[in-house]
Design a protein. Structure first.
Length: 586
């Protein structure tokens, strides 16, 4: 017997590097469980054609060494296994890629038009948090006035979130859309609610603002998928099919065409990890969430049939790759209007949009975002450390069509007086009040402003944090702690000291009592046998023993054949020559 390789733990092997056994086991686990955790009991009931239970176990451990399956402790020496979330996209592409999906007819009515987008909700929440001290109560919850303001800021609405279906972190003190946005901020490493208030990770924010809108949208989409998809494997497969790159934006599609099962529904049972078929009504909550987040439009026909179309082109890979699509490639400029409005087209880099947002008031977000310079917005910026000349310099550099003189004059005038008509405290006073400086953020983001101060003191750990933005935090998928040490592969193989050597090496006939003993030993070890029936060599996987009379039920396969299994009952004397087949021995 030779083991099937003792791979070292490390980075994830590519699918092309996997052996046939590993690919077969991985595909079967993905089809049955998707990203849902599974345990040893689930594995024991997992039936994969032509593979014995021992081969399935061996395949799982090899896949753990390859990085395709991980384990998390549930306590008391119990472990759960799961496919890491960031691997599911490549498995969808390799094992569940869509064939051509026909375009649906134009709907008779638009049921829900996609909003301005979750990336703008996140951006506007961050701007508000930077301009306003978001204090918390003794219970660690944001004050009600801030919660109400966050509700107003968000285009996402409670109607877009079905808490009975979608799985996401909720807090009873927050409306669902606010809870989700705060959860996304924390998951991305951009902010956290702590005893001092909502604390912004400046370094992470600087890196986030470097991303293009496309990169933001895809990272947030993947984060929504990780945190909100129900654990139902069929639902998860539908969502991944929905994001298949073959579905272009702007084309109406019938979601029913994406409900064809790519998961294994053949082994239903209590807590089996499978579920019933889905219908269009089951997945409507997810479609509404995507529309509420600006990813799709929803339409309906007269008979109530739902169709959707992508407003973006989803990508399964960039959200977890090391490549960052920079917003610097976007070279849009803003437009300063005589009425003090500032028009910001969608191709304006987010670093420039962020700077403009610090000294203006936001009016609306659509295809074009509209901000306005006001006396209060300029005064707030000046009190925070940006003087009028810096505001003018910032807007002038970003302007596509000049700077109206009367707007320039108004900024200077507003910046020289406070609410009482007096000159406000100079920026130096503000910075001496112990507030953290945004110089690091400005440097990272390439911003021209380097003195906009946060209205609270950052903990040194938060200020110096270098958390990765938008990547998947593997520790989150491990519910209760450390990953189990991958066992030595040889320890998973049957103990040969318990098996006579001839049972595995010699192809021969045995006395009926010995033949039955070999069958029972194969069942106990979860291995298969090679047996002769009517002069033909066949592979047999024992599954159930019956007595009085003695019968062994199992799956029978012709060797080296891809044909379907035959479930048979073998009684005493119904086969002749035989031998045990151990994993890796053939």
């Amino acid at each position: 017997m030779t083991a099937m390789g003792n791979h070292e733990s490390g980075g994830t092997a590519s699918l092309d590097q996997l052996r046939p056994l590993e690919r077969t086991v991985l595909c079967s686990i993905w089809r049955r469980f998707a990203g849902r955790p599974f345990n040893e009991d689930h594995l024991r009931t997992l039936i994969i054609p032509r593979l014995s239970g021992a081969e399935v176990q061996l395949g799982v451990q090899l896949l753990r060494r390859r990085g395709w399956i991980r384990a998390a402790s549930k306590g008391w020496n119990e472990w759960e296994y799961f496919i890491p979330f960031h691997q599911l996209g490549s498995l969808q592409s390799s094992f569940g890629g869509l064939q051509s999906v026909p375009e649906a007819a134009e709907p008779s009515r638009l049921l829900q038009e996609g909003s301005a987008g979750i990336s703008l909700d996140v951006f506007n929440t961050l701007v508000y948090a930077l301009k306003t001290s978001l204090a918390v109560t003794s219970r660690g919850v944001l004050h009600k006035k801030h919660i109400r303001r966050l509700e107003e800021i968000a285009a996402l609405s409670p109607a877009d979130l079905d808490a009975a279906v979608l799985r996401f972190t909720q807090h009873e003190a927050y409306p669902p859309q606010v809870a989700l946005i705060l959860d996304l901020l924390q998951s991305l490493g951009l902010a956290a609610v702590e005893r001092h208030g909502l604390i912004i990770n400046r370094r992470a924010l600087g890196e986030w603002l470097k991303l293009s809108r496309e990169a933001m949208d895809n990272r947030l989409l993947f984060m929504l998928m990780e945190r909100c998809i129900p654990e139902n494997p069929a639902y998860q497969h539908f969502v991944w099919r929905l994001c298949d790159p073959s579905l272009p934006s702007g084309r109406w599609i019938d979601p029913v065409l994406l409900l064809a099962e790519s998961y294994d529904d053949s082994q239903k049972g209590e807590d089996s990890g499978t579920s019933n078929r889905l219908n269009a009504g089951d997945v409507l909550p997810w479609l509404r969430l995507l529309a509420g987040c600006g990813y799709i439009d929803l339409g309906a026909d007269g008979d109530g049939s739902i169709v959707f179309r992508w407003r973006i082109t989803p990508s399964l890979a960039p959200a977890f790759s090391g490549d960052i699509v920079s917003s610097e490639a976007e070279c849009g400029r803003l437009y300063i209007q005589p009425d003090f409005d500032i028009l910001i087209p969608p191709d304006v880099p987010y670093t420039l949009r962020f700077q403009a947002a610090l000294c203006t008031e936001r009016l609306s977000d659509d295809v074009m975002s509209v901000y306005r310079l006001t006396r209060d917005s300029v005064l707030d910026a000046v009190r925070a450390g940006i003087d009028p000349d810096q505001i003018i310099e910032l807007l002038e550099k970003g302007s596509a069509a000049g700077f109206p003189d009367h707007v320039r004059t108004a900024i200077v005038q507003w910046g020289m007086e406070d609410d009482s008509g007096n000159r406000p405290h100079p920026p130096a006073n503000r910075l001496r009040q112990g507030n953290a400086d945004l110089a690091d953020l400005a440097d990272v983001a390439g911003a021209g402003i380097n003195r906009y101060s946060l209205p609270w003191s950052l903990d040194s750990a938060a200020a110096g944090s270098e958390e990765r933005v938008g990547g998947f935090d593997e520790a989150r998928s491990e519910p209760n702690g450390m990953e189990e040490q991958v066992p030595d592969i040889d320890s998973l193989l049957p103990d040969l000291t318990r098996i006579p050597a001839m049972w595995t090496k010699e192809w021969r006939a045995y006395h009926s009592s010995t033949a039955k003993q070999m069958m029972e030993q194969a069942l106990a070890l979860s291995v298969k046998l090679e047996i002769s029936i009517d002069g033909r060599r066949m592979e047999f996987i024992p599954r159930e023993l019956g007595r009085n009379p003695w019968k062994m039920t199992g799956a029978l396969y012709p060797p080296d054949s891809g044909g379907p299994e035959s479930v048979v009952q073998l009684g005493e004397g119904q086969w002749r020559e035989m031998r045990l087949l151990l994993p890796g021995s053939v």
